[in-house]
Design a protein around this ligand. Structure first.
Ligand code: PLP
Length: 277
């Protein structure tokens, strides 16, 4: 496993973060997770662009150019020798005596590279169980911020109940998962929450929408409620690590076992990164 903190490679368990780092005092930072398939970071430009957007929203200056970040990522991958990996990187507002308002100090970049956490094939085939949880997050969910406590609590609640993912609902409107976006298929059409400030604009979500257009699957980016979700013919989550992952049950409710549209999208998504010989 490889780790990088503020300009240099460090040991993954080395103590490197100063007490006054705003990342851990305030959660004042942003992050990205990129999947590496066959040695190639997948959709890296899209992730870097989203990081720039998160940084802009928080008036945070990235410490490096995106070119430099790419260099660090490639260097880290080379050092790791992994062909399938998860790259995590974050930028925090830096190191400064504790105060709430933004200090004038350099921001701090850090990164880890670890073997990919692949989801087992049975789960992919059978689908996952999800639990509906109240969305108590703030209204800037499009910023990929380090403040993940509501997400952590929701996921914990789901897992403690034997479910794989928590799905948020806000005033009855279904938004997204604790670390994934949500899609529902109804009467041959694909539904997902619009890319507003109430959800993270998932890179996988955007790709799936592109694929749906290519496959002539009609898409409705619109709000829907819990009732609609329960009446879905199919449902799935998307994320960098989950890819396109079918939902088998929502709480006690079992969804139909045949999922023609989910299967097509999952297959098409795989084709995007599969190494073609
Ligand atoms: N929604 C939330 C809240 C997330 O944390 C994530 C990713 O971890 C996603 C959606 C999926 O985004 P992506 O497809 O870019 O991984």
């Amino acid at each position: 496993e490889i780790a990088f903190y503020q300009d240099k490679f460090v040991g993954i368990d080395e103590k490197v973060v100063p007490i006054q780092e705003r990342g851990h005092q305030f959660g004042d930072g942003i992050y990205e997770v990129v999947r590496v398939y066959g040695g190639v970071p997948f959709l890296l430009d899209e992730h870097l662009l989203r990081m720039e957007k998160s940084a802009d929203a928080l008036e945070m200056k990235l410490p490096y150019t995106t070119e430099k970040i790419k260099e660090i990522i490639h260097e880290a991958l080379n050092r790791s020798n992994y062909t399938d990996a998860d790259i995590y990187f974050q930028v925090t507002r830096g190191i400064s005596a504790r105060q709430h308002h933004y200090p004038e100090v350099p921001t701090v970049f850090s990164l880890t590279v670890r073997p990919a956490k692949a989801i087992d094939e049975t789960k992919r085939q059978e689908g996952i169980g999800v639990l509906l949880v109240e969305d108590v997050r703030w209204l800037n969910c499009y910023i990929k911020s380090l403040n993940l406590l509501p997400n952590v609590m929701a996921k914990q609640k789901a897992m403690a109940g034997g479910y794989y993912e928590a799905i948020f609902q806000r005033d009855g409107i279904v938004t997204e998962g604790s670390s994934s976006n949500l899609f529902v298929v109804k009467d041959g059409q694909l539904f997902t929450h619009p890319a507003t400030n109430r959800i993270l604009h998932g890179i996988t979500r955007a790709k799936v929408l592109e694929l749906a257009a290519k496959l002539d699957i009609p898409v409705q980016e619109q709000e829907f409620d819990i009732n609609f979700l329960h009446q879905g013919d199919e449902a799935f989550i998307t994320s960098t690590s989950a890819e396109v992952l079918p939902i088998r049950e929502i709480g006690e409710l079992e969804l139909p076992r045949t999922r023609p549209i989910t299967d097509r999208l999952a297959e098409a998504f795989k084709d995007l990164y599969k190494v073609k010989n």
